[in-house]
Design a protein around this ligand. Sequence first.
Ligand SMILES: Cc1cc2nc3c(=O)[nH]c(=O)nc-3n(C[C@H](O)[C@H](O)[C@H](O)COP(=O)(O)OP(=O)(O)OC[C@H]3O[C@@H](n4cnc5c(N)ncnc54)[C@H](O)[C@@H]3O)c2cc1C
Length: 590
Amino acid sequence: MTYRAPVSDMLFTLEVVGLDRALALEPFSHLDEGTLGGLLDEAGRFMAEVVAPLGPAGDTVGTVLQDDGTVATPPGYRDAYRKFVEAGWPAAAMPQEWGGGGLPWAAGVAIQEMLTSSDMAFSLCPMLTFSANEMLLQHGSDEQRAVYLERLVSGAWTGTMVLTEPHAGSDVGALSARAVPAGDGTYRITGTKIFITWGDHDLTDNIIHVVLARTPDAPPGTKGISCFIVPKRLVGPDGSPDEPNDITTVSLEHKLGIHASPTCVLSFGDRGEGAVGHLIGEENEGMRYMFTMMNNARLQVGLEGLAIAERAYQEAVAYASERTQGRAIDDAGPSPIVRHPDVRRMLMLMRAQTEAMRAVMYRNALAIDLAAHHPDEAVRDAEADIAGILTPVSKAWGTDLGVDMASLAIQVHGGVGYVEETGIARLWRDSRIAPIYEGTNGIQAIDLLTRKLPLSGGDAIHGLLAEARRDADLLEGHFAGIREHLVAALDATGKATDELLGALDGRLGDALAGATTYTAMLGITLGGWLLARSARVAAAKDTDGFHSAKIATARFYADHVLSTAPGLLAGVLAGRDTTFGVPEDALGRV
Ligand SMILES: Cc1cc2nc3c(=O)[nH]c(=O)nc-3n(C[C@H](O)[C@H](O)[C@H](O)COP(=O)(O)OP(=O)(O)OC[C@H]3O[C@@H](n4cnc5c(N)ncnc54)[C@H](O)[C@@H]3O)c2cc1C
C-alpha cells in the first residue's frame, strides 16, 4: 500500500471554502498561499515516506505491556516519531510564541489529514497532545504553561485526555476518580481510568495526562468535575522529568483496529496516597473547560473519517486499474475492473463523498480560525455558531462515512479485500472506532439538535442554509442538474430543521428519535452545497483534467448522493411512534 498526499485537492478545497479569509487575519500575516502550498507538499512527502510505511507492522505487532510495566511501541515507531518531532510537524498549527509554526487551523487540518491517512494509530498520539496543549493554552496558569507547554508543543513530551471510567462513558458526569488537596497546592489523584489512548509508551521521556476527577466536596454530575495535570514523571526544578508519579498501566486493550495505538487501563494511586496532580483553572469548572476545546478535538476525529476515506479511495483506484475480470461493454478483451459501471460507481461514490467531507471539514476549521481571530466581534460570534453547528456534523457524518468508504474499498477489492494481506481490511478495522470515541455519533446528533440548532434563536442554522441557497441560485446552464438536487435537499433540510426546532419545545422525545438521521441529512446537504460551489470555482479556471474532474465529481454527487437527502425527511419526522413501536420487552423476541 502506498499513500500520495492529495495536496492539489487540499489547496483547491481550501480556496473553495475561503482560506483567504484566514490568511488575512493578523496572526497569520506571515503566510501566503505559495508558502502554504510548499509546506503542504513537504508535509505530504514526509507523511508518505516516514509515517505511511509504519502501518503494516503497527497492525500485526501492535503494542506490548512489558514485565517492567512500561509499554513498547511496534518496530519503527520510535524512529518515525523522532523524525516527526525533528521536522517540527507536531507544532505546525500551534502559536508561534510557544514554538509553534503559527498555521491557521484551516491549514493544520490538511496536515492532520495527511498524517491520519498515513497511519491513523500513529496520528492519535499527536492528536491527543494537541488537545492537552489547547487545554493548557486556554485554561492553564502561566506557571503551568512555562513548565509543560513548550515541550508538549514541540512533541518532546506527549499528552493524553483521561476521562472514561468503567461506569462513566457517554455519561462523563458519573465519573468518580478523586482528587484530594494535599495542603501544598497540589492534589492526590486516585481511581481507575479505562480506554486511555497513548496512555503509556516509549516514544518520549514524559507523558502529561489531563485527568478529570472530583474533589471531596464537589457537587454530583458534570458540575462537580475538575481538571488536573498529572505527569507520568514529576518534573524536577530544572524542568526535566524526575521521580515516577503514582500511575500504573494495568493492561492494554485488545481491539479491532489501531493496534499500534496503546489503549490503556490506568490506575492512579495504587502505590500510595495518590498521584500528584495540579489543578487546571478552578475546581468544578472541568466540564466547562472541556467544552471550550471540544470543537477542535471533535473535528480532528471527524478528520479520521475523511483521512481513511481518502486512503481507501487511493487503494481502490489502484487495485481497480490493475485487476482484470470479464469484458467491459466497449472492450475487446479482458478489462480492468475500473471499466465496469458498478466498480466505477463505487469509486465515484468514494471520490465524491471524500471531497464533500473535505469541504465541510475545512470550512469547519476555517470557522474555528475566524471565531478565534477575526477583528470584528459580530463575525467572530457568527463563525463560532457555524463552528458549533459544523463540528458534530463533521464528527458524526464524517466518521460514519469513513467506515462506509473503507467498506466500499473492500468491495472494490473483492475477495482479496476481505483477507488481510492487501491492507484494505486494516483501514476498515481502524476506521470503526471513530464513530465511537470523542462522544459517540449518537451523542453528537443530540448535541447538534439540542445545543446547536437553537444557537442565536435558530438564526445560525437558517443563515447557513440561506448561504447555501444563495449559491444554488448562482448555478445555471449546465449546472442546472446540480441546482435542482441542491434546492430539493435544502427544501427538505429546511423543513426538517424547522420541525425539529419546534419539537424541541414539548416533544423532545420525537425530536431525539430523528436526531441521527437529521445529522446525516445535514451533512449530505452541506457537502452538496460546497461541491456545487467547487464546480463553479472549477468552471472559472482552466479546462484542464483537474478542474473538469471537479465539475464531474460535483455532478455525480448531486445525482447519486445529494438526491437522497429529501428521502431522509420521513425518518427525521417520524418521531417516537415508529422507533418505539416494538415494546421493550418484545425487542429480544423473534
Ligand atoms: C480505542 C478507544 C480509545 C479511546 N480513547 C479514549 C481516551 O483517550 N480518553 C478517554 O477518556 N476515553 C477514551 N475512550 C472512551 C470513549 O470515549 C468511550 O468509549 C465513548 O465515550 C463511549 O462510552 P462507552 O464506551 O461507555 O459507551 P456507552 O456510553 O455505554 O454507549 C453505548 C451506546 O449507547 C449510546 N448512548 C449512551 N448514552 C446515550 C444517551 N444519553 N442518549 C442516546 N444514546 C446514548 C451510545 O451512543 C452508544 O451507542 C476510548 C475508547 C476506545 C474504544
